[in-house]
Design a protein around this ligand. Structure first.
Ligand SMILES: Cc1cc2nc3c(=O)[nH]c(=O)nc-3n(C[C@H](O)[C@H](O)[C@H](O)COP(=O)(O)OP(=O)(O)OC[C@H]3O[C@@H](n4cnc5c(N)ncnc54)[C@H](O)[C@@H]3O)c2cc1C
Length: 397
């Protein structure tokens, strides 16, 4: 029987475990240095849209949204909130760049509807975009509550026989010649036929133990959840680039508000002992974010703010995910750099990692995401630089 070790019990690691178990792959062990979901997954907004920037991204998200709908039935306690779809909002300045992608969506049969400001207001009276704004509505999009999804996924993979070991830190990848043979934790060495890195913001220090790297940068990101809204209303999650953030309905008739900090430089995670809990909670960002959203969502000014989650987003040098086998070694796969959309991608990325691990290939051509697309020298050079999020790629969910 083959053994698969997955490093990281966030949504990517859990989804990989789920698909491996579904494919009857063998013994599956997930090693997690903290508690399940302890990385970015429990901090996510959970918003999903399929209307991305590249052919592979759009195709992968079609698969992901199909799986979210399926999991919504399969996993007790989890609901994919697709009732209102997902709205992507554009100012006249931002629209032309997105408009160029419409032929791609048409060719790939990714459904969408362009809505004028008056149509948006008529459909969702809580929303009040300026009259020259446009919405690109994605009927397959939606959102998940990360806590629900993590709990339900964990219960599912455990019922499938997956071993999840929490509070176990992988210190080193073990290599014999051109094969990765397992991992060393603080307590022991474990052998595996395939090791899968699903450790997102921590991927660089672990790859460094076998002399490898990928051009990845991490940025701090935060979102807030409000007190209950006075009116129970229905509106979709909105990716609102003109306001540098996003909103969505949240459990308990609340509002979730996420805001980017474009001028903050990337944060270098260079040790496995790094913890997101050490990030300061930037409550001072709430008031300016509320000000930015006040015209679009007039009800926002009446709310108080109950919780904050702050974590890291991981971006690659070309803005697209890094997924698949590492060049030059056997037995090592990775999935990281999902920008601000790793929650949204997870059911598809877990599927592709499980397919790579069991058959060496994937049901969708995801070669555009391969780690081998980056030259070693450009990776080395990229990692020595420091950039702000605004100098990286504009990607939202
Ligand atoms: C505030 C915020 C809002 C976001 N909103 C959205 C959104 O609306 N939609 C969306 O799609 N995405 C969103 N994201 C991005 C999303 O959260 C991430 O892309 C996604 O959670 C990545 O999942 P993951 O499983 O790959 O990584 P993680 O959830 O970070 O999991 C990696 C795990 O690996 C573990 N680990 C690391 N190193 C080791 C080691 N050496 N040994 C053992 N375990 C290890 C970590 O403890 C961690 O639990 C948001 C992120 C943030 C911070």
């Amino acid at each position: 029987m083959k053994t698969y070790i997955i490093i990281g019990a966030g949504v990517t690691g859990l989804s990989t475990a789920y698909h491996l178990a579904r494919l009857n792959a063998g013994r599956i062990v997930v090693l997690e240095q903290g508690a399940i979901g302890n990385g970015s997954s429990s901090r996510a907004g959970g918003i999903t849209s399929g209307l991305l920037w590249t052919e592979t991204g759009v195709q992968a998200r079609k698969i992901a949204t199909k799986w979210f709908r399926h999991l919504s039935y399969e996993l007790p306690g989890y609901t994919y909130h697709n009732e209102q779809g997902c709205l992507n909002l554009f100012s006249p300045e931002l629209w032309p760049t997105r408009e160029k992608l419409l032929p791609l969506y048409d060719r790939l049969n990714a459904p969408y509807q362009i809505l004028r400001a008056d149509q948006i207001k008529a459909r969702w009276p809580q929303l009040n975009p300026p009259e020259n704004y446009l919405g690109l509505h994605d009927p397959l999009g939606g959102y998940s509550e990360p806590a629900e999804y993590l709990t339900a996924s964990t219960a599912k993979v455990r019922s499938q026989g997956v071993e999840i070991r929490e509070q176990v830190t992988v210190r080193e990848l073990l290599r014999k010649g051109d094969r990765i043979t397992g991992v060393r934790t603080d307590e022991e060495s474990l052998t595996a036929d395939t090791v899968i890195l699903a450790n997102y913001a921590w991927v660089l220090p672990l790859l460094a133990t076998v002399g490898m790297s990928v051009p990845a940068k991490t940025f701090i990101h935060q979102r807030f959840v409000s007190s209950p809204l006075p009116d129970v209303g229905r509106f979709p999650p909105v990716n609102a680039d003109p306001y540098l953030g996003y909103i969505r309905p949240a459990a308990g008739n609340r509002l979730l508000l996420g805001i980017e900090t474009p001028d903050v430089p990337d944060l270098k995670v260079d040790t496995m002992d790094y913890r997101m809990e050490t990030l300061a909670e930037p409550w001072e960002l709430v008031a300016p974010a509320v000000e930015l959203f006040a015209e679009f969502f007039p009800g926002i000014k009446q709310l108080s703010w109950e919780t904050i989650k702050v974590g890291l987003l991981s971006f690659s040098m070309d803005g697209e995910p890094i997924l698949g086998p590492l060049p030059g070694v056997e037995g090592l796969l990775m999935g990281c750099c999902f920008h601000s959309g790793g929650f949204s991608y997870n059911p598809a990325m877990g599927l592709f990692l499980a397919e790579y691990a069991t058959t060496g290939t994937t049901s969708l051509d995801v070669s555009a995401f391969l780690p081998s697309r980056f030259a070693v020298n450009e990776t080395t050079e990229y990692l020595t630089t420091s950039i702000t999020q605004s100098q990286s790629f504009k990607r939202r969910h």
